[in-house]
Ligand binder design. Structure first.
Ligand code: S3P
Length: 170
C-alpha cells in the first residue's frame, strides 16, 4: 500500500500550494484538511472559530485525521495546528510520511501580510503572534516530522525535493 504524503508546517509555509503541485506531478489525490473541515461543517474557518471556538475546530481536525488515515497514496495537507496534537500525529503516521515545510517568521509575515483568513493572526501585533506561536510550535513540528524540507525555496523546488526524498525512502 502506498503511503500518504502528509505536509506539516506553520501557516504560510506553503502546504496547500506544494500539496497541489505534488498531486499534479505524482497523479495523486489531494486532501486539504482545512477544506475537508469547511466542506463538512458548511462554514468557513473564521466562522467556525467565531461560532464554536478554537477547541471545536481542533476536535474537527482530530476527527478528520481519524477519517483520513484510512486513505492511502494521497497527498494530505494539514492545517498549521493539526500536528501539534500527539493523537493526530499518530493517526497521520499510521499510513503516512510527514514532511515539515520549514520557514522562518519573516517569510511567514511577508507571505501573510494581507491575510484575513487565519483567525489566530487577526491582531494588531501580528509579528509577536507569529514569533510566539512559532517558538511554541517548532519543537512539536520537528518531533512530528519524518523529513524536514526548506520551504523558503519556490514551491516547485520544495515539491521536487519532497518527491526525491519520498522516492528514495518510501
Ligand atoms: C491554523 C492554521 C490554519 C487553519 C486555522 C488554524 C493554526 O491552516 O487550520 O486557521 O492553528 O496554525 P493553514 O496552516 O493552512 O493556514
Amino acid at each position: 500500500m502506498k503511503k500518504n504524503i502528509v505536509l506539516c508546517g506553520f501557516m504560510g509555509s506553503g502546504k496547500s500550494t506544494v500539496g497541489r503541485l505534488l498531486a499534479e506531478k505524482m497523479g495523486r489525490k489531494l486532501i486539504d484538511i482545512d477544506y475537508y473541515i469547511v466542506k463538512k461543517e458548511k462554514m468557513s474557518i473564521p466562522q467556525i472559530f467565531e461560532k464554536y471556538g478554537e477547541e471545536y475546530f481542533r476536535a474537527c481536525e482530530t476527527q478528520a485525521c481519524k477519517e483520513l488515515s484510512q486513505l492511502s497514496g494521497c497527498i494530505i495537507s494539514t492545517g498549521g495546528g493539526t500536528l501539534l496534537r500527539e493523537e493526530n500525529v499518530i493517526e497521520m503516521k499510521s499510513n503516512g510520511v510527514v514532511f515539515l515545510l520549514d520557514v522562518n517568521a519573516d517569510v511567514v509575515l511577508s507571505r501573510l501580510a494581507n491575510d484575513k483568513t487565519r483567525p489566530l493572526l487577526q491582531r494588531e501585533d501580528k509579528e509577536t503572534a507569529v514569533k510566539t506561536l512559532m517558538q511554541q510550535r517548532s519543537p512539536l513540528y520537528n518531533r512530528a516530522a519524518d523529513h524536514i524540507v526548506n520551504a523558503e525555496l519556490p514551491p516547485w523546488q520544495v515539491c521536487n525535493k519532497i518527491m526525491e526524498i519520498y522516492s528514495s525512502n518510501c
